[in-house]
Ligand binder design. Structure first.
Ligand code: GLA
Length: 738
């Protein structure tokens, strides 16, 4: 089929005659067209194809699916049945919409038609919001401007195509080009319409201490939705989700991912419609959202990272790992080895002083640990979690003086120093709250909901962000702090911004997130060499938005090695191992009471940015020796763990006996196999694991052992896991090319 396409070597092609846009990546194609009357219709997303697929559109006269007025007597053209790129409410499509606009006359309607488009080299950025970045030659951008001629509303749909990575990003800018105020009541960043049904909806739910548990359900007629109303992306649902063919597995089948780069309340939806078509959307949560847009004002929706794999979840995950670690994470530590750290939280909780911290550091440095992180309790009046938040000055009585002295002593041990902060919070018992009670979210006339006995600061206000930022800079300036852990320990309620006015309260939660991003951006700019670790009671704000500012996030407050198997398994679907903060802690574990060996705890924590979270003075000499070895091993395998390919070999929730995962070098020259037993039986059957990502023709040996194995045997027949009689044992072996 001859095509008048813009240029065949472009990732984005436009067929002028048919008005078809094709977005090509190495293995995928995304296609849409300007249909009759200027509606933007979706055609296809999936395995790479050539040529226009507008022949896929079908038209029929269907009862109760109305027709645009322009269609005249043609009753076969209905927005209720056609696939769309950015569905709006009010144009005859009764499925869930991406855009709901309340007009100045109180009506709800918006009718977007194609106006113009641009194709440019490079990847677009979004003002004040995180976005995937790429070099000029690594990405192309398509912007399609859609307009409502009645109100003057314009929506610019942005598509970023990262060809090599099989990634397409989407976001939307809404401009009020009219003369009257309007209000945006719902803005989803992306819609994926499918011509068929039969997709599974896969999402990651959880709770504090058990984040990102995968759930797979069949899509059903009607709307299924997940999301957060907590002001943060939340422990309860993660803003990464997938839809997949019913038969899709780790290795086979069509699957699609949507990762929202946003750290606030969000909503993800899957709707199977009356004609068995599937609509998937994701974006900002529309509950408590009502964004006033005055003439000429613009609203930016957060970015969604889309990817498709024809080869199951494994490949889809690796697409996300690559885009996040190299095109979302930034800063010095994006691809640099992160220091092995020791954090004092589970070692001391609030009960410490400078001497105790120093003694933990001293012992840790002797064993090879590279950084001491001073957690909660070093500032204000903070000996428990009832007071002190908001007072970001050193408690000199507790710390024996200024921070500088302690940092210098720790640096003299050859260790870096890091510190914990929770900038968005305030305790009622604090100097800050006494001085600025209106800085906290409290609805006038109501008593606020407390969470961990604290209130949330109104980060939608610049003066509040400025105030906290200023205090924190005073602590950090002139002191050699090389890491900062940024925490956020409650869900947001009582949203009321004292300076916003009545009309703007529905925009506060969105502006709050922008305020947090502004804070993080300023921090990164002022301290460019600082390693920032995100945290929200562990993994309550583990999202691609946060990873733009912090290349690692404390994965969970649950440090139990066995529970971490499940949490880290779920996390790995949408996020790279390099982003997962993971520590060896004491036994019996403080959250579960379970005891596991030092070896098992080490193997599990190595599937992440590795560290310790216990008092190493309190472990046996034998365990101390193991710590020394673990750190050496982590250094040895670091590159493969952080930059290699990650493979899930079992689903621990399904397998029941073992959890197995693997890191393989990109050139398949080596691999690190990890197995942990999660259940033991008398006279048990043998477990085999099949490796992945090796070269079938290559021959491998296990480091330190006799014998050779062919790559195809290891991948097709597997290898028996040695019998481990005790529960929760770990087996970690290094395969190298023989
Ligand atoms: C949160 C974090 C912990 C620790 C405490 C301190 O729960 O997830 O790691 O920093 O706060 O209060």
């Amino acid at each position: 089929m001859p095509e008048k396409e813009r240029a065949f070597d472009m990732a984005i092609r436009y067929n002028e005659e048919k008005q078809v846009f094709s977005l090509h990546t190495k293995n995928t194609t995304y296609q849409m067209c300007v249909g009759k009357y200027g509606f933007l219709l979706h055609l296809y997303y999936g395995k790479r194809t050539e040529g226009s697929m507008d022949y896929l559109l079908t038209y029929a006269d269907r009862g109760f699916s109305g027709n645009p007025y322009d269609a005249g007597t043609d009753r076969t053209f209905s927005m209720d049945a056609l696939l769309q790129e950015f569905p709006t409410q009010g144009n005859g499509d009764f499925r869930t919409a991406c855009l709901v606009v309340k007009n100045s006359d109180g009506t709800y309607s918006c009718d977007l038609r194609y106006k113009e488009h641009r194709i440019v080299q490079g990847k677009y950025a979004i003002p004040a919001l995180p976005a995937v970045y790429a070099d000029e030659n690594e990405a192309e951008t398509l912007e399609i401007v859609m307009a409502d001629v009645v109100t003057g509303i314009e929506a610019t749909l942005c598509y970023g195509v990262l060809e090599e990575l099989d990634v397409i990003t989407r976001s939307v800018k809404i401009v009020n080009g009219g003369k009257n105020d309007v209000s945006l009541e719902k803005v989803q960043s992306a819609c994926l319409d499918f011509m068929d049904g039969g997709y599974d909806f896969i999402h990651f739910h959880g709770r504090h201490g058990m984040e990102r548990v995968m759930q797979r359900t069949k899509s059903m007629h009607g709307l299924q939705s997940i999301g957060s109303r907590r002001g943060t992306s939340s422990h309860q649902h993660n803003p990464f989700m997938m839809v997949a063919a019913e038969a899709a597995t780790e290795e086979t089948g069509d699957c699609y991912g949507l990762s929202l780069m946003y750290s606030g309340s969000f909503k993800g939806e899957v709707e199977l419609d009356q004609y068995n078509q599937t609509r998937v959307t994701i974006g900002i949560q529309d509950e408590m959202f009502s964004y006033p847009l005055a003439p000429q004002e613009a609203f930016y929706a957060p970015e969604v990272i889309l990817s498709y794999s024809e080869a199951g979840f494994g490949r889809l995950s690796r697409n996300y790992h690559n885009v996040i670690r190299y095109h979302v994470c930034r800063g010095k530590y994006k691809d640099q080895q992160r220091p092995v750290l020791i954090n004092n939280w589970e070692a001391t909780y609030f009960d410490f002083n400078d001497e105790k911290i120093y003694s933990i550091a001293e012992q840790a440095s002797e064993l090879g640990v590279e950084m001491l992180v001073l957690d909660d309790g070093w500032f204000g009046k903070r000996d428990n979690d009832y007071s002190g938040l908001g007072d970001w000055f050193v408690n000199e009585k507790k710390m024996g003086g200024e921070l500088k002295g302690l940092v210098e002593k720790i640096n003299a041990l050859g260790m870096k120093f890091g510190i914990w902060i929770e900038p968005e919070m305030v305790s009622e018992d604090s100097e800050l709250y006494r001085k600025h009670p209106d800085w906290a979210f409290v609805i006038p006339g109501r008593r606020p909901v407390r969470g961990r006995s604290q209130l949330v600061l109104d980060f939608s206000r610049k003066e509040v962000v400025d105030g906290i930022f200023g205090q924190i800079c005073e602590v950090l300036d002139g002191v050699n702090v090389e890491y900062i852990k940024i925490d956020m320990n409650r869900s947001i309620t009582d949203v009321y911004s004292a300076t916003a006015g009545d009309k703007n309260q529905g925009a506060v939660l969105y502006r709050y997130v922008l305020g947090v991003y502004d804070f993080l951006e300023r921090l990164a700019a002022r301290y460019p060499d600082m390693l920032i670790e995100g945290c929200s009671g562990g993994g309550g704000r583990f999202d691609a938005g946060m990873l733009y500012y912090s290349p690692q996030i404390w994965c969970s407050d649950n440090t139990d090695a066995i529970e971490r198997l499940y949490i880290q398994h779920g996390t790995s679907f949408g996020y790279p191992v390099s982003s997962v903060g993971s520590h060896v802690s004491a036994v019996p574990n403080h959250q579960t009471g379970r005891s596991t060996s030092m070896k098992t705890r080490g193997v599990v924590a190595m599937a992440g940015s590795f560290g310790y979270e216990l008092d190493l003075n309190k472990i046996s000499e034998e365990e101390k020796q193991m710590v020394r070895e673990q750190i050496k091993e982590y250094h040895k395998y670091w590159n493969m763990i952080h930059n290699g390919n990650y493979y899930r070999l079992t689903d621990p929730a399904v397998h029941g006996e073992i959890a197995a995962w693997e890191f393989a070098a990109a050139d398949a020259g080596e691999a690190l196999l990890n197995v942990v037993t999660i259940d033991t039986h008398c006279n048990a059957s043998v477990q085999y694991v099949k490796l992945k990502g090796l070269a079938p023709e290559k021959v491998y040996r296990i480091e330190g052992e006799e014998g050779i194995y062919s790559g195809d045997a290891l991948m097709n027949a597997g290898i028996p896991v040695p019998y481990m009689s005790d529960e929760y044992q770990a087996w970690q072996v290094h395969f190298i090319e023989a």
